[in-house]
Design a protein around this ligand. Structure first.
Ligand code: GLN
Length: 489
């Protein structure tokens, strides 16, 4: 197996034992990018020189016998809405096409302090709005399993890069499913942590009450390692929680005795793809075989989840995106006379269609006369959902659904039908509305060889339970790799 196809923990071990150097590993990944990137378009910015310099510096530290982090020397990619000091951060938007942040996001900073090697910035839907990475100013990212399919979104670049070996692990952001859905489309593991556990400082805001940074990795154990290194209180983020965090682990455990799994059958019976359902049911049976017991549950108000998510996230987005006005930073339109024209032309030319749609929707639902009818109702629905999910967690430990009702779809299939695109998030938004953690782990392939993911959701701070159950599934199903004969990328 090539270095770029190995997992973070395997490579970390090899680095520590000096079987390989970080420079060698970084070159393996950069060479892989040279082969694959023209077909995948996972990256917006590749920092070849910065990465090699960092790798050499880690190798030097190691040669002096310094005590290094497990992440030291590991090539990592960051979604391009995570600010990196001195390295362009675009949010896949013309608005920030040339924006170079003067500071790094706390999560990025933490990785750098662990001596991780930052390879570059990964493609995404503009300002993280989308489910397919087709809304990027820098072009669509393609799925490594089949380049005619989307990689998912909005963290499609992260998932495609991890699954194709362009990076060893990545950090994405998840507001309504953007880490889990692309991970499931690309055969990777993606985790949305409990709201408030990972600092949002330096993550360009989409919907602040829902956004959370999370890892996309090749296996569950790598996810646990990444999470352990990015959690923690941050005085720069007022929603960051000040509590003790364990070191998360995901060593295969053989028994899930006593673990109670809730199946919200009325939610996923809408899933019409027989392969997705069959793989999902196989995965549930694996959990049962290892001692878990399964209960059918019904989450009161679940039908409000998707509409509430789109109302709340658009409302918050319309407010967060107001700062892109052509005055302070970012793109400014040419040939303007007067302040009104400055705003109008800059925003008309700087934002893509989906961002404009959300700004219009968000402004509408917050406007005088409509606020009570839409925004306040959505907030009430969201509170109801928190209440009903908390009630469920008195009787079950995890709630399982497919991550997505279908596997990766054809590029272009949904671009002209936003409502159909929004339905991609039917199973994922609940974790964001309730702030609870959820993981997507591969559970097999469909008849066309495309990955299927199962989503497990836990009560707040239940990440370790997610890792325990997910690693049992992973141990039985195996890592989902690109089929070699299909590895045309
Ligand atoms: N697909 C969802 C949306 O478009 C989720 C996006 C996200 O999680 N960033 O809003």
């Amino acid at each position: 197996m090539q270095l770029y196809d190995m997992t973070l923990h395997e490579l970390s071990d090899m680095l520590a034992k000096r079987k390989i150097s970080s420079k060698e590993l970084t070159l393996s990944v950069l060479d892989r990018i040279d082969v694959t990137e023209s077909r995948l378009n996972s990256f917006i910015t590749i920092d070849r020189q910065g990465a090699l310099k960092q790798a050499e510096s880690v190798d030097f530290k190691r040669s002096k016998g310094e005590n290094l982090s497990v992440l030291a020397g590991i090539p990592i990619g960051l979604k391009d809405n995570i600010c990196t000091k001195g390295l362009r951060t675009t949010c896949a938007s013309k608005m920030l096409e040339n924006y170079v942040p003067p500071y790094s996001a706390t999560a990025a900073q933490k990785l750098s302090e662990c001596d991780a090697v930052i390879i570059g910035k990964l493609n995404m839907d503009e300002f993280a709005m989308g489910s397919s990475t087709e809304n990027s100013f820098f072009g669509v990212t393609k799925n490594p399993f089949d380049v005619t399919k989307v990689a998912g979104g909005s963290s499609g670049g992260c998932a495609a890069a991890v699954s194709s070996g362009e990076v060893i692990a990545a950090l994405g952001s998840d507001t309504g499913g953007s880490v889990r859905q692309p991970a499931s489309f690309c055969g990777a593991v993606g985790l949305k942590p409990t709201y408030g556990t990972v600092s949002r400082y330096g993550l360009v805001a989409f919907a602040s009450s829902l956004d959370q940074i999370g890892p996309i990795c090749k296996c569950v154990r790598d996810c646990a390692i990444m999470l352990s290194h990015i959690v923690g209180h941050d005085k720069h983020d007022p929603t960051s929680l000040n509590r003790g965090y364990p070191t998360f682990s995901a060593d295969t455990i053989s028994s899930l005795d006593g673990l109670r799994i809730g199946l919200p059958t009325d939610l996923y019976e809408k899933c019409t793809d027989p392969d997705v359902l069959a793989r999902f049911e196989d995965a549930v049976r694996i959990l049962e075989k290892h001692g878990a017991c399964v209960k059918h549950i019904s989450i009161e108000g679940i039908r409000f989840a998707l509409p509430a998510y789109y109302v709340i996230s658009s409302a918050e987005a319309s407010s967060n995106l107001a700062r892109f006005d052509g005055v302070r930073y970012g793109f400014r339109a040419d040939g303007i006379s007067g302040i009104n024209e400055l705003y109008t032309k800059t925003r008309s030319q700087g934002f893509g269609d989906e961002c404009k749609r959300r700004i219009l929707l968000g402004t509408f639902v917050l406007s005088e006369g409509y606020r009570d009818k839409y925004y306040k109702k959505a907030v009430t629905a969201s509170r109801l959902l928190v209440h009903s999910v908390k009630q469920q967690f008195e009787n079950v430990d995890l709630i399982a659904t497919p991550t997505c009702a279908e596997t990766a779809f054809d590029i272009g299939k949904k671009v002209s039908d936003p409502v159909q695109m929004y339905h991609s998030d039917i199973f994922t938004v609940l974790a964001n509305l309730t702030g609870m953690p959820a993981i997507s782990v591969p559970c097999g392939l469909d008849k066309d060889g495309l990955p299927v993911g199962i989503q497990l959701m836990a009560n707040s701070f239940g990440e370790q339970t997610l890792f325990d159950a997910a690693s049992v599934i992973e141990a039985c199903v195996g890592r989902i790799m690109r089929r070699c004969e299909n590895d045309r990328i």
